[in-house]
Design a protein around this ligand. Structure first.
Ligand code: GUN
Length: 302
């Protein structure tokens, strides 16, 4: 069998077009557009490249975008004051503080300071609680799990009654996606198992999965014989395993590998996400959707 590829790069384009259209409609009817601020502390190259892409994407879909760069030695108090400023700024619907933060700043304190109704990352405990309750309570699902669920829905994979196995128990991917798939509603209603580093027989659990979601951060962890024939395999892993010269730009770029042995797995799975070009592009896309949703909640359109 050769699996159908679920391409995040294509789904991203569909969703960004939908967002752009909706932003225009809201602008015409209500005279406002979503506002997103990204706060970057310091100058880590990886964080700069993520934030640059977030701002570029926000601009593309017609948002007001603010990039607020702060020095690496900003005090925790000053960062909290900055967040408070944006919490009280009516033109801002989404606040994103790029992680990781420097060691002298308490990350938890900073995330908890963001107004939960502007927390488009979905990391605030109030939004984690809303996600756990499910249904109408949910405001901002965290962007990577939100993107995974959307990919599964748009690929037409049946989730109701499906055995979903999630490999990994992180707060950003494993725990929230497991919680989302078990809820009532479209793209959910699944029977969910979370497996992790202490699980006794990883292979046996994976072999039961109709939908296998792998977010372990271990290159090629999932072997082809762990995959049920026809299963939908979502690979969240982005592991840097070396460097190469880009044919397009001539620059040195990272060689990326997923958590699944892709070449072998694609012969067994029914659906599979590639790395790169699978889950990766969905995260920023869903950040845009959460920011649009934030404005729609405020306008009473949701
Ligand atoms: N750093 C790496 N990924 C993310 C993300 O999704 N959100 C934030 N705020 N920081 C990150």
């Amino acid at each position: 069998m050769t699996a159908k590829l679920i391409k995040g790069t294509e789904i991203r384009e569909e969703i960004l077009e939908e967002i752009t259209k909706e932003v225009q409609e809201i602008k015409e009817k209500h005279g406002v557009v979503p506002g997103l601020v990204t706060i970057l502390v310091g100058s880590s190259p990886a964080s700069i490249s993520y934030v640059t892409l977030k701002i570029k994407t926000a601009h593309r879909v017609g948002f007001t975008e603010v990039q607020d760069d702060q020095p690496v030695d900003i005090s925790e108090a000053d960062l909290l004051a900055l967040i408070d400023k944006y919490n009280n700024d009516d033109s801002i619907n989404g606040i994103l503080v790029q992680l990781p933060l420097p060691k002298h700043i308490d990350e938890k304190k900073v995330l908890n300071a963001i107004d939960p109704d502007k927390d488009v990352d979905g990391f605030h405990p109030v939004n984690v609680g809303r996600l756990m309750i499910g249904g109408d309570e949910v405001k901002f699902p965290p962007c990577t799990p939100f993107g995974i669920q959307e990919m599964i829905i748009r690929a037409g994979v049946e989730t109701s009654g499906a055995e979903v196995v999630v490999v990994g128990r992180s707060n950003i991917v494993g725990k929230p996606i497991a919680n989302m798939m078990v809820q009532k509603g479209p793209g959910a209603n699944s029977t969910v198992t979370i497996v992790h580093t202490r699980t006794k027989d990883l292979a046996a659990h994976c072999q039961r999965a109709d939908i296998l979601i792998v977010a372990a951060g271990v290159p090629d962890l999932v072997k082809p014989e762990w995959i049920k024939p026809g299963a939908c395999v979502i690979d969240v892993g982005v592991n840097r395993v070396g460097e190469k010269i880009s044919e397009k730009t001539g620059k040195t770029i990272a060689i990326l590998k997923g958590d699944v042995d892709f070449d072998a797995a694609k012969e067994i799975a029914g659906y599979i996400t590639p790395v790169p070009g699978g889950v990766g592009p969905m995260t920023i896309t869903m950040l845009m959707l959460n920011t649009l949703k934030s404005l729609k909640f405020k306008l009473g359109l949701m």
